[in-house]
Design a binder for this molecule. Structure first.
Ligand code: 3HC
Length: 314
């Protein structure tokens, strides 16, 4: 019997041959990638907001320069990812429209407020740490443009993670007030960070197919467990604790056991009811509206340039 296009496609995936934008692909594969890559891009862009909040208040010029560079990196990540999604036939304007109208999701984590300087350390250590755990396998994702974009993203994320850890290490050697500010930030960000990996496997509708297509290489729970295992050791170096009384090494499993995650909170946040959802979307919409004149000027310039080139060529 002749192989169908779908069977050829799956065979390529199974043989680890990358799928490129002009290759044939099932419509559902294309849609799944558009969904995941555009949500990822939106997360990078929205993720600039909680940190941007601290640029003017960073405690020294060195810290300001580092934070500024990190926030600029996130903008760059968003741009590579929007470009990767555009190769699948969606325009950037459509993706922005989906975000601004509330139809597209972005990571739950960015709907929490940054209340103290220590939050910037914790975002680097936990949030970027969780992002790396999830994104390193995406460098082997089956779709070429996504996988290639992730290589640079992951290198930069690893710098972000280290700068966060270094902020916390400095606070851990500081005054009692600084230590308690850091512990408070860890307490607030721990649970939302482990929710970043998504719902548990038996409640994740997309995982099975995405893993078959090798868009995802590990399940949500597998990555969450890996992250908990490394973080439970790192926190000892800092001399702080994670706010989970049930966090305990399980020798038989070779992993840390952990307490119950508040999934109700997770679903509330991704449905738009988190502490900062409204504020985050408002900020993005405002930036879009206020940037209208820049888009108009850029397109007027392009029209003028094209016209000049046509006249010269004639
Ligand atoms: N926040 C918001 N929505 C989430 C979520 C989260 N933490 N976790 C899952 N969801 C959504 C999914 O998007 C999906 O919604 P949809 O079907 O309506 O689009 C639904 O919940 C069910 O979840 P699934 O597990 O079935 O979905 P996926 O298979 O897509 O897995 C994922 C979710 C693991 C987040 C996966 O999409 C992924 O790996 N994405 C790429 C990485 C990414 O987007 N990271 C976001 C953080 S980026 C970042 O942190 C920036 C850095 O600079 C800090």
């Amino acid at each position: 019997m002749e192989k169908t296009s779908e069977a050829f496609f799956q065979d390529k995936i199974d043989r680890e041959i990358r799928i490129e934008p002009k290759d044939w692909m099932p419509e559902k594969y294309r849609q799944t990638l558009i969904r995941q890559i555009s949500q990822h891009a939106h997360s990078e862009i929205i993720g600039m907001l909680p940190e941007g909040n601290w640029i003017t208040r960073a405690p020294s010029l060195r810290r300001k320069a580092i934070l500024l560079a990190k926030v600029q990196d996130e903008a760059g990540h968003g741009l590579y990812l929007y470009s990767a999604a555009e190769t699948l036939g969606i325009s950037r304007d459509e993706m922005y429209e989906q975000l601004h109208s509330g139809r597209a999701k972005y990571s739950s984590i960015f709907n929490y407020p940054t209340l103290s300087w220590a939050d910037i350390g914790v975002i680097g250590w936990l949030v970027d740490g969780a992002a790396i755990m999830n994104q390193v396998p995406l460098c082997r994702s089956s779709f070429g443009p996504y996988a290639r974009a992730m290589v640079r993203v992951c290198k930069e994320e690893s710098f972000h993670q280290r700068q966060g850890f270094e902020i916390l290490l400095t606070l851990s050697r500081g005054t009692e007030a600084q230590r308690s500010m850091a512990q408070d930030a860890i307490n607030r960000w721990w649970w939302p960070s482990i929710m970043m990996f998504g719902p548990k496997d038996d409640e994740s509708p997309n995982s099975v197919q995405s893993m078959k297509w090798k868009i995802k290489r590990f399940s949500n729970d597998e990555l969450r467990q890996k992250f908990i295992d490394v973080t439970a050791e790192q926190v000892k170096v800092l001399g702080f604790t994670l706010p989970d009384p049930n966090l305990k090494w399980n020798k038989a499993r070779g992993h840390y056991d952990y307490g119950a995650i508040n999934w109700d909170e997770f679903w509330q946040v991704i449905q738009g009811n988190g502490p900062c959802n409204k504020e985050r979307l408002e900020a993005r919409k405002k930036a879009w509206e206020e940037g209208e004149w820049v888009r108009a000027a850029a397109s007027a310039y392009t029209t003028k340039k094209n016209k000049r080139n046509t006249t010269v060529a004639a």
